[in-house]
Write a protein that binds this ligand. Sequence first.
Ligand code: NAD
Ligand code: TDX
Length: 340
Amino acid sequence: MRILVTGGAGFIGSNFIRHLLATEPSCRVVNLDKLTYAGNLENLADVERDPRYRFVKGSICDATLVDELLKEEFDALMNFAAESHVDRSIQDARAFVETNVLGTQVILEACRRHRIPRMVQVSTDEVYGSLGPSGRFTEESPLRPNSPYAASKAAADLLAAAYFRTYGLPVIVTRSSNNYGPHQFPEKVIPLFITNALVGEPLPLYGDGLYVRDWLHVQDHCEALALILKNGVSGEIYNIGGNCEWANIDVARFILRILGKPDALIAHVKDRLGHDRRYALDTSKLEQALGWSPRIPFETGLTKTVGWYRGHMTWWTRIKEGAYREYYQQTYGDLSHASQ
Ligand code: NAD
Ligand code: TDX
């Protein structure tokens, strides 16, 4: 099987490529990635010499490049490429519309022209918007995205549905809940809290800290995606969730406990604008159709993830001391005076 992975140098894409190479001996993978601030070839250092793997630097918005690549006759395209951080989309939404909407349309169009037999658009539960204390989103729930990031992902999902209905493009949309695990860029809450805790810096907790996310280990997500790639039905949407709801403050406390650090490191900071209160997914469709369910319990997965960050200080220190530093200071300011 020949697969074009877009955005494969990021967190989930790099985990997916590694998973594919480890489980599909006869696969061939090309990774097209623009290498934005979030893309990092170090994430794939262990496979870069694998003859089944090839990296191409470029943007999914570059229609000529994408068209040229698709002449290679792929069996499938998996689109992970995106601007993915909600807070950045609140600061400036432009790149989100460019990559997440226009870039996805470029890919859909190229897949149509080259008759690619399968495309998977990797999307998110955030397209459904926010939930109150009860209920879960099904694949039939209306799209009510709140952040510019979520709106751009919802637009891409709708374009995918339109390409299926209009042209019969064999595209599948997957909507996953919050992922965590190795190689996640330390702007996202779990690696941010782990890496801050490791060096004794405050953990910036938005608002009252009672916002709830449904956590899924990236390995479980990759296994679901691999199944969908093989056995999913074109035109369908599949929720992929961890069935594991945690309030942010409890995640912060758990990380501190694993590291033997005091709760006093938690710093309550100004809330995110338009902050979604709770996400939760009904994943019965995927469980019944393809027999998938998440396998990694959150406590186990989080403890291992803390271990990974502890063992990869060079990886994240380089990031945190590089261009990310300016973003961090602009976003959080001086945390030493934040309330605890
Ligand atoms: P990430 O930010 O870690 O990685 C994104 C990758 O896309 C980077 O390698 C980046 O260089 C690349 N990229 C960005 N713009 C590009 C462009 N124009 N052309 C080519 N490459 C480009 O993101 P992630 O967390 O790995 O998320 C991957 C996908 O999964 C995204 O589509 C995201 O919306 C979705 N998703 C993420 C989560 C999560 O919890 N992280 C949950 C659900 C869905
Ligand atoms: O500093 C922080 N403090 C804090 O309290 C940050 C960065 C986040 N938070 C809160 C906000 C959320 O309630 O933690 C929760 C998780 O935040 P993020 O890690 O930014 O994730 P989220 O906004 O939920 O979006 C993520 O899940 C869905 C990914 O970033 C998206 O790409 C994915 O689609």
